[in-house]
Design a protein around this ligand. Structure first.
Ligand code: GLN
Length: 493
């Protein structure tokens, strides 16, 4: 992955093919990034996706304008085959149905196909949703093959990489594990110690387990109870990591410290910063305690960074537009002069799960829905108090319990209850009461870049809503969120 402005002359190796990705800019706007025109002289296959397609069209005829309709979400693509043309023209959609669902996320569009290109796919709103050059393996597509909601996307990318660019498929997870363990051992050396925070989430658990395999008890995991974790979560994580996986773990209960600092704060970015900074302080104190016990400094910090975070940080302008401030431990690196180890930085979530299963991590943990670092604090849309945390936690617990009971937990990628601190009227026991609202959110996705809401049975929702209103004091209404991502994000804040 390189910034799209990479100068070809500066590369020390020759790529087998190039994929130009999507991006938030408009190719015709001033200051927008452009690919080095030299990519077209390499004589290798090129595939442009969304902004990438628009960039190819822009460099070859300036045929890109702002569309009159933006298009986010599902669209039906119609594939056009051209058996009378060169074989590479049809190769991109080889084995893909003539009418197939794809995911769109754009506002700009091509006003015409650039010279030399023929249409290989169209959609109701994008007549040039797929283009191929007549003579050379140069392609562009308006939709996103890299997201879950384009079911034929994997096949299309495979066609491009394997059939068209002749790349070999020789990457396996088993090989990744042994290579990564050796890489960690080489980085850390024979005596250095490593610390890392665990949250009970799949990423930090898998990273910790991999670390444990590589350096055993020289890896020290720390679990900080920040007061905004889920109901009973701290105890569960402790049991799994320590007793089941044998990871060297210390648990710190700092809930009071976090909740005190959060009192009176409503702004989500402020909440994130407070939680992030307090976390660093607590973590640092713990790390110092550990150092004192071992009488030897800790040199490395483990972080479960995944590839999407890496993508976020590779941009032609440096880190891309901040979608949100990531809960990270960046400050620690400077304060304690720690160096970073990131064994998962080349993996996507679905791959981390495969890795976790191969490392023997229990199924329910491997398939656990993601939970943000700032936890329930960003699922309470207002001030975070112990009482509000309690309400949000109980509602969330009921929702998840019912999802598990219905046997659909694995079908859903992420589900949670959010607390809307608005008073709505309700009648309970013949009495008028103004209580708060719980919003339920459940989405399906594999890469978390795009997501769709889960289509529950109405009976299920009725049952969950009844339980929440009856069992959670202070709630009189339950809503279900039916927004897709984009434009809605998965979390509320
Ligand atoms: N910003 C461009 C558009 O809106 C490209 C979007 C994208 O690459 N996803 O059309």
């Amino acid at each position: 992955m390189l910034p799209c402005t990479q100068k070809i002359a500066d590369l020390t190796w020759k790529p087998k093919a190039i994929i130009l990705s999507g991006g938030p800019y408009s190719v015709y706007a001033e200051g927008s990034p452009h690919a080095d025109p030299a990519i077209f002289d390499l004589g290798i296959p090129i595939l442009g996706i969304c902004y990438g397609l628009q960039e190819i069209a822009w460099q070859r005829g300036k045929n890109v304008t702002a569309g009159d309709k933006r298009e986010y979400g599902n669209s039906v693509l119609h594939v056009e085959r051209h058996s009378d043309k060169a074989a590479h023209v049809d190769a991109l959609f080889d084995g893909i149905d003539i009418d197939t669902n794809v995911w769109m996320s754009h506002g700009d569009k091509l006003s015409a196909a650039p010279p030399g290109f023929i249409t290989i796919a169209s959609s109701p709103n994008a007549p040039w949703a797929g283009l191929a050059h007549e003579d050379i393996p140069l392609y562009g597509i308006q939709f996103h093959p890299e997201v879950t909601h384009t079911p034929c996307g994997g096949k299309l990318l495979e066609n491009f990489a394997v059939k068209i660019a002749k790349c070999q498929q020789n990457w396996t997870m088993e090989e990744f594990i042994s290579k990564e363990i050796k890489r960690i051992q080489a980085i850390v050396g024979p005596d250095s110690h490593v610390i890392g925070a665990v949250s009970g989430g799949v990423d930090s658990t898998v990273a910790a387990k991999l670390m444990h395999e590589a350096i055993g008890d020289r890896f020290h995991a720390i679990l900080v109870d920040n007061g905004v974790m889920r109901l009973n979560e701290c105890e569960q994580v402790q049991a799994t990591l320590n007793q089941h996986l044998g990871i060297n773990l210390s648990v710190v209960d700092s809930s009071e410290e976090f909740l005190t600092k959060l009192s009176g704060v409503e702004d989500p970015e402020k909440k994130r910063k407070i939680i992030g900074n307090t976390f660093i302080e607590v973590f640092q104190r713990e790390a110092e305690k550990l150092t004192a016990v071992h009488g030897k400094a800790i040199d490395y910090l483990l972080q479960g960074t995944l590839y999407p975070d890496v993508i976020e940080s590779i941009s032609f302008k440096g880190p891309s537009q901040t979608i949100k401030t990531h809960h990270n431990v960046g400050g620690l690196l400077e304060n304690m002069s720690l160096k970073l180890v990131e064994p998962l930085r080349e993996l996507f979530k679905d791959e981390v799960r495969k890795l976790g299963t191969l490392l023997g991590i229990p199924e329910d943990l491997v398939w656990r829905h993601p939970f943000p670092g700032p936890g329930i604090a960003i699922r309470i849309l207002g001030e975070v108090t112990r009482e509000q945390v309690d309400i949000a936690r109980k509602a969330d617990f009921i929702f998840i319990e019912e999802i598990k009971r219905a046997g659909i937990y694995r079908e859903i990628s992420q589900a949670f209850a959010a607390l809307l601190p608005i008073r709505a009227v309700g009648v309970m026991g013949d009495q008028r009461r103004y209580d708060q609202i719980i919003a339920l959110r459940a989405v399906t996705t594999t890469d978390f870049m795009t997501a769709d809401w889960y289509d529950f049975d109405a009976k299920f929702l009725k049952h969950v809503s009844n339980r929440i209103v009856n069992e959670v004091d202070g709630v009189c209404r339950v809503l279900y969120d039916v927004s897709q991502k984009p434009p809605g994000t998965i979390e509320f804040l």
